[in-house]
Ligand binder design. Structure first.
Ligand SMILES: Cc1ncc(COP(=O)(O)OP(=O)(O)O)c(N)n1
Ligand SMILES: Cc1ncsc1CCOP(=O)(O)O
Ligand SMILES: [Mg+2]
Length: 215
C-alpha cells in the first residue's frame, strides 16, 4: 500500500469522464484512489466502483470506497474509508476481513482514545488540514500545528495522511509537519491535465519525504 499520493474523487471538468481522470491520476503516480460519490444512489456507487476498480487494477492502484460498506463488499479487494460519523472501523474490519484497506478520518484528538478503531485502521487522515470549498461541512481545520500534534500522538508505525486544501504549493509543508502522504481532490480532479498534476504532486511529496528522511 503506497499512500504518498492519495486521490479522493471529486467533480471533474465538463467533458471529462471521471473514470478516465482516475486512470490518468493513477498513471501519474496516485497509487491509492478513493471513489467518493456523495450524491449517488447505492446502485450507482456499486456500478461506478466496479468500473473504477476494473480500470485501476492493471495499474496496481489501491482502490478504496468512501463511506459505503456495501459498495466495498460488492467489489473484490476494495477498501473502505470512514469518518467518525460513519460505520466504526472495527465493524468495517469485521465485515471486510483482515486484508482490505480501512482508513479513518481524524476530526478530534479524543478519537485517539478509541483503541479498537486504531487497531482496525490501516491509516489515519488529518481532516481537514485547511478549509476547503470541496467539503464545506468539515469540522475545524487542524492546520500544520494540528498535523504536528497528531504525528506526536499517533503511534509512529501508523501512517498519518493529510487532507483538505492541499496542492503542489503547500504539500511539502504538510510532509514537513509529519504527514506520510497527502490526499487531494481538486488539485487533480479539477486540473486540466490530471496526469501531469499527479506527476507534479508526486515529485513534491517524494522530494519532501526524501529530505525528511535525511534529517
Ligand atoms: C482520505 C480521506 N480522508 C478524509 C476523508 C473525509 O471523511 P469523512 O470525514 O467521513 O467525510 P466524507 O468524505 O464522508 O464527507 C475522506 N473521505 N478521505
Ligand atoms: C473529502 C475531504 N475530507 C476532508 S477535506 C476533503 C476534501 C478535500 O478536497 P480538496 O483537496 O479539494 O481541498
Ligand atoms: Mg465519511
Amino acid at each position: 500500500m503506497d499512500l504518498r499520493l492519495y486521490l479522493v474523487s471529486g467533480d471533474v471538468p465538463l467533458g471529462s469522464d471521471l473514470i478516465d481522470v482516475l486512470e490518468q491520476a493513477a498513471l501519474g503516480g496516485a497509487a491509492t484512489i478513493q471513489l467518493r460519490l456523495k450524491g449517488a444512489s447505492p446502485a450507482e456507487r456499486v456500478r461506478r466502483a466496479a468500473e473504477a476498480a476494473e480500470r485501476l487494477a492493471p495499474i496496481g492502484t489501491t482502490f478504496v470506497v468512501n463511506d459505503d460498506i456495501d459498495a466495498a463488499l460488492a467489489v473484490e479487494g476494495a477498501g473502505l474509508h470512514v469518518g467518525p460519523d460513519d460505520l466504526h472501523p472495527a465493524a468495517a474490519r469485521e465485515a471486510l476481513g483482515p486484508d482490505r484497506v480501512i482508513g479513518w478520518s481524524l476530526h478530534d484528538l479524543a478519537q485517539l482514545d478509541d483503541a479498537e478503531a486504531l487497531a482496525a485502521s490501516d491509516y489515519l487522515a488529518v481532516s481537514p488540514v485547511w478549509p476547503t470549498p470541496t467539503k464545506p461541512d468539515t469540522t475545524a481545520p487542524w492546520g500544520l500545528d494540528g498535523v504536528r500534534r497528531l504525528r506526536d500522538a499517533v503511534p509512529p508505525e501508523v501512517p498519518l495522511l493529510a487532507i483538505g486544501g492541499i496542492d503542489a504549493t503547500n504539500a511539502a509543508s504538510v510532509i514537513d509537519a509529519g504527514a506520510d502522504g497527502i490526499c487531494v481532490v481538486s488539485a487533480i480532479c479539477a486540473a486540466p491535465d490530471p496526469y501531469g498534476a499527479a506527476i507534479g504532486l508526486r515529485r513534491v511529496v517524494d522530494a519532501a519525504l526524501d529530505e525528511r528522511s535525511m534529517r
